[in-house]
Design a protein around this ligand. Sequence first.
Ligand SMILES: [Zn+2]
Length: 355
Amino acid sequence: MDAHSLQFLKQLLDSPGPSSYETIPSRVWRSEAKTFAERVDPDISGNSFATLNGDARPRVMLAGHIDEIGVMITYVDDDGFLSFDTIGGWDHQVFVGQRVQLLGKDGVVPGVIGKKAIHLMEKDAREKVSKAEDLWIDIGASNKTEAAARVRVGDSGVLASTVMDFPNGRLVSRSLDNRVGSFVVLEALRLLAKDRGSARVTAAVMTRGEIGYSGGGARSGVRADEADVAIVVDVTHATDYPGVDKRKHGDYKLGGGPVLSRGASMNPLLVDLLVSAAEAEKIPYTLEAAPRGTNTDADNVFNAFKGVATALVSVPLRYMHSPNEMVMLEDLDRTARLLAAVARRITGSTDLIPR
Ligand SMILES: [Zn+2]
């Protein structure tokens, strides 16, 4: 990965953007996209699109969700302490002892998550996991009026954890799920800008992927883009750390290359096209089984219109939904190369109807 792309990735990762509040990372993404895409547009759901070969067919969409899990302020008490709820799927054990960045109306407001000190707890309470509802956020306000001048009910926030380089080409950040998907789709478009195929290709970043049970941004985004083919890029669990049962969760490693899903939401011919492109380009990959659903935007795009030929390509990631998610940079490069390679192989005569 070159220095420019790495810097763009780090800027994306450190931009706070919990589900439904993705404007900050989306602006970063669009401004980078404008340096080489023909068109860059946002839509009413907050999704963003960067396009090459605008008038060509078929229309291939490479899509990643740009939001991350977060917290939301639900109540401000008389002493200025903030109650909060979760955005997305949290392990509540993570909250204790964390610092947060709240997206207040006049900018970022730092806070700390409060909990009664261990010395003041009864014996039983020491053993228990604290839920978000038992905790609070302290922004250093001395009363409700002072707190209300900085934050409002409905303001969101993220943990105050910034990106960090780790040895062996690894990167740690709180928002790798799924800023890496947003990054990879644009890097694939950057490769395509230098060496195009004949299809129209859109790199798209969707909002609300972590709360996608209602369709997220993807359900309307695929329609806004009028995609014929969609390749969704998300993260999946690397299972290369202690205590994971590979018989149950499969064998996925950091550095193992992109993970290609088979099954639910997938067009089998598009998956085969990804497999043959990976083999031709000598990109290592693994397969992942999706017998029922994927819990990704793929579930929200494959049945749009009369059906969209859909695939899901995932980056292996450790410690999902923690302040210290970890990926390997090489996997991001390989995933971008694979997407560009497959997009070049899709032409007007590509038949993806399973017959
Ligand atoms: Zn997630």
